[in-house]
Write a protein that binds this ligand. Structure first.
Ligand code: GDP
Length: 600
């Protein structure tokens, strides 16, 4: 389960730029000039060009290398690999911006530095700008800009200076990227990549290779706050061994056996019991860069997409967050529609909550007032997910602050989280988190209780107007569950009003009624019960507040609407005229589907 982290110094770089500005030539030349090509390869491709009457291109060389790679002939001479005395460089393949965004955000290949290529003759083009924007958005701070094909500009310094000035001004407007160096090069002739040429004696700065070697390796993330997005929960398969392993990659921080950790957004706090290794000696501490698995002091119900952290430095949790996004799909990103967001290991429905501004990524100064985000636009938006997600601001943690948006099966855009945004559950969520982080546990765990009871805790919430039959159904459901040996309890809102809410005036703040009710449900659910609630005071509109207070205890909301006209969002709806047995059966089936009670 544990994969070795890299020990020797390597640096992932990406080479971007407008098509035909010379990316392949720069890569090919770097491989050739650092002696990183398989022996005879360059000559063979040159000879093939002579034979077929084609002008040699470094792009052919790269194609030839990648063909061999596909066939598995060349082993490690990846087209994307060259060495200097300082370190090994891995060139991340980024055929288009979608692939680049996808790789960067999924973590498949995260660039630490970038080389942006601009054609001296063509000058700054749309993609030069878009790529500059994307680099900034992805937080790639170590950028070198090479102005290529200087031979076509007669190696003129004034020409180079003009491009540098124009492009620096553009990047300054974005404000996130300040290139370390602009270098005039002629990749085709190998000028200023590794060697200097007399025609550009006026350039006294570093060559491309010197500049790359001078980039700093990103500091180890081990000292940062612990972030391990949960990938999967596995069961041991040994005889009588029912422990579960919570696995994922540690994106930042360090964790040790005995540490108290919290899962967000569920707020489950547990202690790390062991760090599991596959065929390796057990360890007591593990840090950023490793994929690993833990067993915990308590069996908890959590799923992929939660973030494991220490309690003191937990990630943010909300349904709303402010983002910077670039849209790449032909179909625009529109309001009022669901898309899928992939954020660390989480995938869930998302939509635009608010558009702050939309800008054309290649013309930063033009601000467009739009109600959608079109292809190649960049936007400042507030996004909203269906249920709360755990995340970080990009300034705090890269891996948990980046996301992509998927439309159908395709990545359509991506971005970074730049800010928090208050949603209507914020206060209650903060209350629930503080409460759960400091919860004093009894001697019997949730898992023990579920095992003994034969079911999980849950909530069935009857809502509807006064006198529509909620209580009648709730009673029957409680009785039916009880006779099936479920630990069920009918919580009538009246009883909470009579007692706990006795001090509140009749027209007390509704929020406070909801809050107290939710906390009572939470206590009963913690005791392992299936709570069957019925109340007039608390309606469908409050269901999400109650859910926030009970965290990941699953709930079923049942509306009784005699008019038959309600279109609000609930799990089941009846008119009140249905026989009790029918209602009870339908709800019981849903409880089984939701995994609260086992299937029969
Ligand atoms: P890419 O699309 O960015 O990968 O661009 P390529 O590397 O394929 O280069 C596009 C064209 O520009 C090719 O025909 C190259 O031979 C040519 N080219 C690349 N570098 C130079 C250079 O320094 N000088 C000149 N004159 N042509 C170049």
């Amino acid at each position: 389960m544990i994969e070795a982290a890299n020990v020797s110094e390597q640096m992932n770089i990406v080479i971007v730029g407008h098509v035909d500005h010379g990316k392949s030539t720069v890569v090919g030349r770097l491989l050739a000039d650092t002696g990183s090509l398989p022996q005879g390869k360059l000559d063979a491709v040159r000879a093939e060009c002579v034979r077929t009457g084609k002008v040699f291109e470094y792009a052919f060389l790269l194609d030839a290398l990648s063909d061999e790679q596909d066939q598995g002939i060349t082993i490690d001479t990846a087209r994307c690999f060259f060495k200097t005395a300082r370190r090994d460089y891995i060139i991340i393949d980024a055929p288009g911006h979608i692939e680049f965004l996808k790789n960067m955000i999924s973590g498949a290949a995260r660039a630490e530095a970038a080389v942006l290529v601009i054609d001296a003759k063509e000058g700054v083009r749309e993609n030069s700008r878009r790529h500059g924007y994307i680099l900034g958005m992805l937080g790639i701070k170590q950028v070198v800009v090479v102005v290529n094909k200087m031979d076509l500009a007669k190696y003129g310094q004034a020409h180079f200076d003009a491009i540098e000035k124009e492009y620096r001004a553009f990047l300054a407007a974005i404000g996130t990227v300040v290139p370390k160096q602009f270098i005039p090069i002629a990749a085709l002739h190998g000028a200023n990549l590794t060697n200097r040429i007399p025609e550009m004696a006026w350039y006294t700065g570093p060559t491309l290779l010197e500049c790359l070697d001078d980039f700093a390796k990103a500091p180890s993330k081990s000292a940062a706050a612990l972030r391990m997005p949960l990938q999967a929960v596995y069961k041991f398969t040994g005889d009588g061994d029912d422990r579960r392993i919570f696995s994922g990659r540690i994106e930042s921080g360090t964790v040790s056996v005995g540490d108290k950790v919290v899962f967000s957004p569920s707020n489950k706090t547990v202690t790390v019991r062991s760090i599991e290794g596959f065929n390796s000696t057990p360890r007591t501490t593990i840090a950023a860069g490793w994929s690993t698995g833990f067993t915990l002091s308590e069996e908890i119900y959590v799923t992929r997409g939660e973030i494991i952290s220490h309690v003191e430095r937990a990630p943010l949790v909300s349904t709303r967050f402010r983002v910077n996004l670039i849209w790449l799909s032909k179909k625009p990103f529109v309001t009022g529609r669901d898309y899928k967001i992939k954020l660390h290991t989480q995938a869930m429905a998302v939509r635009i909550h608010r558009i702050n501004k939309v800008i054309d990524a290649s013309e930063l100064d033009v601000e467009l007032t739009k109600d959608h985000v079109g292809r190649h636009d960049v936007a400042d938006l507030v996004l909203e997910t269906r249920s709360p997600v755990a995340f970080d601001l990009i300034s705090e943690s890269e891996a948990t602050g980046r996301f992509v948006i998927v439309d159908g099966y395709d990545v359509a855009g991506g971005g970074i989280i730049t800010g928090t945004e208050v949603d209507d559950q914020d206060d209650l969520r903060a209350e629930a988190r503080l409460r759960d982080f400091n919860w004093v546990h009894g001697g019997v765990t949730t898992a023990d209780r579920a095992q003994a009871n034969g079911h999980r805790a849950g909530l069935v919430m009857f809502v509807g107007k006064h006198g529509v039959g909620k209580r009648r159904y709730a009673r029957e459901l409680e009785k039916s569950l009880f006779s099936a040996r479920r630990q069920a309890y009918m919580l009538d809102g009246t009883n909470v009003l009579l007692g706990l809410d006795h001090d509140l005036s009749v027209d007390a703040a509704r929020q406070e009624l909801v809050r107290r009710f939710g906390e009572v449900v939470n206590l009963l659910a913690t005791a392992g019960l299936i709570v069957v609630s019925t109340t007039n005071a608390i309606g469908l509109a409050d269901a999400s507040s109650v859910q926030t207070l009970i965290g990941d205890v699953p709930s079923v909301v049942v509306e009784i609407d005699p008019s038959g006209t309600s279109t609000s969002n609930c799990d089941l709806r009846f008119t009140g005229a249905e026989p009790e047995s029918h209602v009870v059966t339908q709800i019981s089936e849903l409880l089984a589907q939701r995994g609260i009670v086992p299937h029969f």
